[in-house]
Design a protein around this ligand. Sequence first.
Ligand code: G3P
Length: 211
Amino acid sequence: MGIFLDSASVSEARRAMALGWVGGITTNPTLMARAEGDPATIIRRLGEVSPGPVFYQVTGSSLAAREDEGRRFHALDPDKVVLKIPASTENMALVVRLSPEVPCALTAVYSGAQAWVGCEAGARYVIPYVSRATRLQGDGLGLVTEIAQVLDACESEAEMLAASIKTPEEAIATLLAGARHLTLPLELILRLADHPLSEAAVAEFNRAGRD
Ligand code: G3P
């Protein structure tokens, strides 16, 4: 799996999936608001495009509303929809209730303690925001390292999916700090596999081949 697209745009999803090495799609309420169409239609269409998981973040104003919303969205595409549930004491109970039937991703994780409780509650994924954590707390990569150690220490099967990554260098540092999966915007995905020195090397070989 490894590389996910962070977008609610169906056209971006088609472009990313055509690459062949992007395994799923994460959305969030901001990305949903930017995309065309209602959230249920978007999730259905992303499920048609994606070979793997499609993440939907619950936004209901009460625990009961978030549970109902989560079950409705999961039913749209039960083989693919993973529910993103923002980390909070109240929402950990939602992870406990949903996780036996619906894969849950604890999102907006800013501490090892949140990751630990999320694992105990049954989350399948833990999602830290790397760049935001660096900006707001000082050390996003340190947070990734800490969460990786927590997942090891509690022998959890939960996997870390790191979000809020801005450059190829930050992506690789995040991977090396212990994240199992990264979710990236399309423009960053499209920058991962190119390098000016690779292009220069190929141009040089091509010139030599013509001589
Ligand atoms: O879903 C959360 C992630 O997309 C946040 O990224 O770039 O808004 O910090 P960013």
